[in-house]
Each structure stands twice: as C-alpha cells, then as structure tokens.
Ligand binder design. Structure first.
Ligand SMILES: *Cc1c(COP(=O)(O)O)cnc(C)c1O
Length: 402
C-alpha cells in the first residue's frame, strides 16, 4: 500500500468522503470500489474451516467474509468511510433508514424500560413507538423537541433518549450538548436521527451523542436512486448492533453499497449546494406576499434560530412553509410547479414537493393530524441540485397562480 496519508483525521468531511482514512488494497489496483456480487465465500480446505471457526470462537477474525448476510466487501468499505465522515469508531450499514432506526432501538431497549422520543419525528419512528414498543413491555413518551421537555419526561426507568435534529417538517433544532449533559448524568443512552443535518452540518458524535443514525437514502446516497441506512458510534456499541444485523439480515446489497459509496464522492459539494439553495429559497419565500410562514432555521423568524446558528454549519435543502390560503390554494400551487416532483424523500438531485398531511399523514384522524402540526397549507420542499435561479423562478410562477 503506497502513499497512505500521515494523519487523515485532519481532513474535512468532503475529503474523507472521497478517500476514507486511507487506501485499502483493491483487486487490480482499481480506483473505484468493486461490486462483489456473491452470496457466499469459499474456504480452500476443510482444515481452514476448523481453524477459522476456532479463532472466531476466541474472538479473532482471520478472514472478513463468510456469508453475505454478514456483510459484503463493498459494504464494509462504505461503512469505514461513513464512520470516518461521522468521526465515529465504527458504522453499520442497513438496507434502509428505518431498518437502522428499528434495529438500533430493538438492540438497546429493555423490558420495563422507557424511551423518550421527540415530537415532530419521522412518521414511521412515531408509529413504531406507539404501535409496537408496548408489545415488548417498553414504555415511551413523545415530547416537544426541546432539551427542557426531554429532561422533564425522564423517569427512573428511562434508558434511551431518541431525538431527531433538525426535525421534519418544522426543522426544530435541538440543543444537543444540553441533552447529552442531562443523559450522561443519569446514564441514559442518547440516539439521534441526524438524517436532515448530515455530518456536514452537525457533529453529534463530537458533541457526545452515543449513536448517530441516518437514512442514507437521502443526502448520503444523494441521487434519489437507492435505499440504505447507517448507524455510527463506538466500536463496542456498533458490535452490539452488528450482532443483531447479522441475524436479521437487513443488509444492503453490493450494488446499493457501490452506489452509496459513489454518491459519497460528491457529498461535500452537494451539501454545499444544498445549503446555499436552501438559504436562497427560504429567504425568497419569506419575503413573498403569498406565503404565510416559512420554517427554516437560518431565518430569524424560526424558533430555533439561535441554537441552529450555534450548532450547525448550514441547514440543508428541506424548507417547510405555509401558503396563504387552504387546501385548494396549496394544491393549485403544487400542481403549477414545473420542476418539482410530487413525492416524499429529500437530499437527492431532483427537487421534490409534498403537501405534508396528504402525502405522509393521510390515514391519521384529522384532529390528531392537526394536533401534530399537519395543517392543510403546509408544504415541504426538498430542493435538488438544479440551478438555484431556475428553482426560484419556478416557485415564483407557481405562487403567482394562486
Ligand atoms: C427518510 C427518513 C427515515 C427513514 O429512512 P428510509 O431510508 O426511508 O427507511 C428516517 N428518518 C428520517 C429523518 C428520514 O428522513
């Protein structure tokens, strides 16, 4: 292995996203990471099997690959890179963001334990908490996304605080150091779903959070063409997660890992553009006469502007806002957009738009839906990588129709 860097930890996330923490030997000296499309890996002799199993029993891994549910080489290289970008010791990849969320909770939840979730959280996370945790004898609370509300909700049996920051769709930013302080005092594990921020914009591991989760389907993949999830943290915690992962097999396939690792090579420049586009569009919308309210933490009008400016480098390209009017005006606006595709998700190359209540909360009772903020005129944009002037022009012409 030639030309390995002296201290790659000094690199910025954008550089680590391209080079990892150094060069690994690759077949044929390939620059890109090969796709190893196989379900199993053979041994040369019967003795080799016995030696391998004996060593494994003593905790020594003499070869990395055995069976594809346990992982594949493309996955392992992508995990190393993601851990390095996050500033964590180790990362575990999953076949979706929700697999990462559920399997992390299931690995660390305890019978008769209590988990605190922050409100305005991802719908499927909320549904897992409300519909399934009870079956395992686990209690939960869903509280306002603030450090004070979390502290108030702590009970003697609380063993996990599960947060998101920024939240979705209102982009509430949590005071992560304050939450970590409260949790550490009581020996409570902290888990954050930082999909909306990415390690480009916030550094939860450096702020003391135990486990960071992402839907890699979003900004990490970056092209609206794959599904994956990732957990990152200490080697010890990741070993626990990995044990569950190799049993359940929510393992991303080699092609998905290749696409993800390829997407990471432009992670830094994409995030820079997402941050720029988000700010420009949020400012335009806030000054527009057809808009009632914009939710974007860079704006002084956002409730978490101060914390956001302290903790985050930028705010990405998800912007929520309320148009002046109701359901009819909101839909007229959405249908008039030419560039934005009507679909959920975020963080990819194409710009997307959703009327939140209809796309993600349609089957909830109206009363409950409104209680959690899913009002008729709430629109969420996930800006892609198109020219910012074109995005602004499209939004303006669509707003002119209402
Ligand atoms: C998309 C998303 C998830 C779920 O990830 P999938 O890859 O769709 O399974 C979880 N949390 C947040 C914040 C998300 O945006």
């Amino acid at each position: 292995m030639s030309k390995n860097p002296s201290d790659p930890r000094k690199w910025h996330p954008a550089t680590i996203a391209i080079h990892g923490l150094g060069r690994l030997p690759k077949a044929y000296h390939a620059v890109s990471t090969p796709i190893v499309q196989t379900s199993n890996y053979y041994f040369d002799t019967a003795d080799e099997v016995e030696d391998f199993m004996r060593a494994k029993g003593q905790g020594v891994v003499t070869r990395e690959h055995e069976y594809a549910r346990y992982g594949n080489p493309t996955q392992q290289e992508t995990e190393r890179k993601l851990a390095a970008i996050e500033g964590a010791e180790r990362a575990v990849l999953y076949s979706s963001g929700m697999a990462a969320v559920l399997l992390t909770i299931m690995t660390f939840m305890k019978p008769q334990g209590h988990i605190i979730f922050t409100g305005d959280c991802y719908r499927q996370t909320r549904d897992f908490a409300t519909n399934f945790l009870g079956k395992f004898g686990v209690e939960h609370s869903i509280v306002d996304p603030t450090a004070e509300a979390i502290e108030k909700a702590i009970k003697p049996n609380t063993n996990i605080i599960f947060t998101e920051s920024p939240t979705n769709p209102y982009l509430r930013v949590l005071d992560i150091p304050a939450i970590v302080r409260v949790a550490k005092k009581r020996n409570i594990m902290t888990i954050i779903d930082a999909t909306m921020a990415t390690p480009y914009n916030i550094r939860p591991i450096e702020l003391g959070v135990d486990i960071v989760l992402h839907s890699a389907t979003k900004y990490f993949g970056g092209h609206n063409d794959l599904m994956a999830g990732v957990a990152a943290g200490s080697a010890a915690l990741m070993t626990d997660l990995y044990k569950m992962q190799r049993m359940i097999g929510a393992t991303p396939g080699p092609l998905t890992c290749f696409l993800l690792e390829r997407g990471l090579k432009t992670f830094g420049m994409r995030m820079e553009q997402h941050n720029r586009a988000g700010l420009a569009v949020a400012e335009m919308l806030e000054s527009h006469p057809k808009i009632e309210k914009v939710w974007y933490p860079a704006l002084k009008s956002h409730p978490d502007h101060t914390i956001g400016m302290e903790q985050m480098k930028g705010f990405g390209s998800v912007i929520s806002f309320q148009v002046k009017g109701g359901n009819a005006e909101t839909r007229k606006f959405i249908d008039a957009l030419e560039l934005f595709l009507i679909t959920p998700s975020l963080g990819g190359s194409e710009s997307l738009v959703t009327q939140m209540w209809a796309m993600s909360f349609f089957d909830y009772p109206e009363e409950y839906r409104k209680n959690i903020g899913m009002v008729d005129n709430l629109v969420r944009l996930a800006l892609g990588l198109e020219d910012i002037d074109d995005l602004i022009a499209d939004l303006k012409q669509a707003l002119d129709t209402i």
